[in-house]
Write a protein that binds this ligand. Structure first.
Ligand code: ZN
Length: 102
């Protein structure tokens, strides 16, 4: 059984040493934590991440719309994400994703 090893996404930012692993092909997937987090799990992080993923998906899909229009469109579906990630904070990432696509 192959295992997949994970590291906390805040490892560098917060110095968190949390590690975990899960077994590929195991359903339902269960992550075993081998070292605990040094901070509470952050719900906002999840929301922001999902919002960013959605933005990236649309930016790289080849749509021919201004970045701001794409942003506002997705913000309607993910208002919580938009609250956490204002346009000015994601504009340069969006521009990069769009360029990579072209
Ligand atoms: Zn952590």
């Amino acid at each position: 059984m192959r295992k997949w090893y994970l590291r906390c996404s805040k490892a560098s930012k917060l110095g968190c040493k949390a590690r975990g692993n899960f077994t590929l092909n195991e359903r339902p997937r269960k992550v075993v934590l081998t070292h605990p987090h040094n901070h509470p799990q952050d719900y906002n992080d999840e929301v922001a991440l999902r919002f960013m993923k959605r933005l990236k998906m649309v930016c790289t899909s080849g749509v021919n719309l201004p970045l701001k229009t794409i942003y506002q469109d997705i913000a309607k579906t993910y208002p919580e994400g938009a609250n956490l990630k204002p346009y000015c904070s994601v504009r340069s990432s969006m521009a990069r994703w769009k360029m990579a696509e072209a």
